[in-house]
Design a protein around this ligand. Structure first.
Ligand code: NI
Length: 185
């Protein structure tokens, strides 16, 4: 099932998310639906608040980049109840976008390497280190679980410049190839 994607200004994107229990019903289906929603929107990552759920789940699929980066060929993961436990190395600048902020891209500084503990949708536990592009996408999605969006890192000047575009997005005055849920009130 493809969900509409929540956009900038929706309160769910600013909520604190909570861990889910192991008896959470329909977890595997939900994770598959998140992959389907993300692929439909041509994204590489999607967090549960982006489909309106304030819970600690995100998915990342970098396998489409496998032609240029063989190491990413099988990188398709759901992260349940993740905790970043270490951030290591230099901070690296790279341009990012977000399905919840359509049409906007800005440079964001993030750590080169992270260590993260999480479960998959079958409740197998992992403790892994990621670097480079996977670490970049994971940190972006993880931020969604903390109510943080990439434009929050922009300078005050940049934020003023972006304000009009963000207001348009909140009003649904933006064109997307995928269905969005426009915030109300
Ligand atoms: Ni995002």
């Amino acid at each position: 099932m493809i969900y509409p994607i929540t956009v900038y200004g929706d309160p769910v994107l600013r909520k604190t998310t909570t861990d889910i229990d192991q008896d959470f019903e329909g977890l595997e289906q939900l994770v598959e639906d998140m992959f389907e929603t993300m692929h439909n929107a041509e994204g590489v990552g999607l967090a549960a608040p982006q489909i309106g759920l304030p819970i600690r789940i995100f998915v990342v699929d970098l396998s489409a980049l496998g032609e240029d980066e063989p190491l990413l060929k099988d990188f398709r993961k759901g992260f349940i109840n993740p905790q970043i436990v270490e951030k290591v190395g230099e901070k690296v600048l790279m341009e990012e976008g977000c399905l919840s902020i359509p049409g906007l891209r800005e440079d964001v500084l993030r750590f080169e390497t992270i260590r993260i503990r999480y479960y998959d949708s079958k409740w197998q536990e992992y403790d892994q280190v990621f670097s480079g592009f996977p670490a970049r996408v994971i940190q972006h999605e993880y931020d969604h679980l903390e109510g943080v969006m990439f434009v929050d890192y922009c300078s005050p000047l940049k934020k003023r410049i972006l304000k009009g575009k963000l207001t348009d997005i909140t009003k649904g005055q933006v064109s997307t190839s995928y269905r969005i849920k426009v915030p109300r009130g």
